[in-house]
Design a protein around this ligand. Sequence first.
Ligand SMILES: Nc1ncnc2c1ncn2[C@@H]1O[C@H](COP(=O)(O)OP(=O)(O)O)[C@@H](O)[C@H]1O
Ligand SMILES: CC(=O)OP(=O)(O)O
Ligand SMILES: [Mg+2]
Length: 368
Amino acid sequence: MAALTMRVLVVNAGSSSLKLRLLGPRDEIVAAADVERWSTGDPEPVVVFVKEHRSIDAVGHRVVHGGTEYDRPVLVTPQIREHLARLADLAPLHQPRALAGIDVAASVLPGVPAVACFDTAFHAGLPEPAATYPVPAEWRRRWAIRRYGFHGLSHEYAAGRAAQLLGRPLTELRLVTCHLGAGASLAAVSGGRSVDTTMGFTPLEGLVMATRSGSIDPGLPLWLIEHAGLSPAEVTEGLERHSGLAALAGGSGDMRDVLAAADAGDPGARLAFDVYVHRLRREIAAMTASLGGLDAVVFTGGVGEHQPRVRAAAGLAYLGLVVDDRRNAVTGQDADLSVPGSRVRALTVVSREDVVIARQTRRLLAGG
Ligand SMILES: Nc1ncnc2c1ncn2[C@@H]1O[C@H](COP(=O)(O)OP(=O)(O)O)[C@@H](O)[C@H]1O
Ligand SMILES: CC(=O)OP(=O)(O)O
Ligand SMILES: [Mg+2]
């Protein structure tokens, strides 16, 4: 069949959700199923989805880490699957879930081609100063230590959609795209290319997340291991799964729960929100510095799409960006949030990683 008319099943295994979409040849959504608060990582919903929606021509999988090998989409073969499994320790909340999705889809859709689309690919061309960690050369060489960056499928989509909303060519724009979901990262996008991003070697660096710490003093985990008697596994578990909003609010890391508790007067939840927003503001400024200027800030991901309070608190008036309270009230739709005449625009864009994945999948299968 002509690859460009394919119906593509998109499997997006995130750290907190599993999103399944069947997209028709013009990227129209034929069917969709989301599992929110996906704590188990069990890929069984893929089986149920496939049974209900036959005539799937191809599968596109979101894979978070492509390492140095994969800076573009790739057809999944047994050998590629094994390579991707070797990267699992670099994205422990994600890579095993993506692999489980790849395996289960292959078992229920035998003979249907599957393509892996990478979060890291959009950042593969980061300028060297942004990509390089100042650590021993031997480490960088032996273990390919560098800033990889993640959420690239989302950042790429958000930047393209922002250009449409602004009615300007992407090649002329300096954008900070803010993917705020369970995981969260910012990208500095100049002329459509990622020139900086807050996540790094793994998806643990950068902003405060639902259960991840984001950036901390690298001396802290070392001290915990060397002097406080914690094992490396305990430190990993603590920073990946028991930090971030969940740790500060003392319960769920879901922003909806944090805000409900904060509104009910819970001091931990208030602090969680304040720390989240403090880091967000700081990192937006950092990305702006990497861009050398700013045309728009684009909010996407579950929190970015649905939380006016986070967007308002990002506090950008000093950058020439003034958010309009009424426009900022929208949730779950693409919109310009800024007051007319604001020099820098604020936008919200519904994350459509599925569209990027489906297009990459069709293009690869078409031989392009
Ligand atoms: N209506 C909403 N209000 C506030 N936050 C929301 C809302 N819907 C989703 N979220 C937040 O979005 C997060 C999930 O974002 P999403 O981008 O779907 O996650 P994932 O990182 O798993 O892809 C949840 O943890 C929740 O905090
Ligand atoms: C890379 C990452 O953190 O993804 P998610 O937000 O889906 O957890
Ligand atoms: Mg996601």
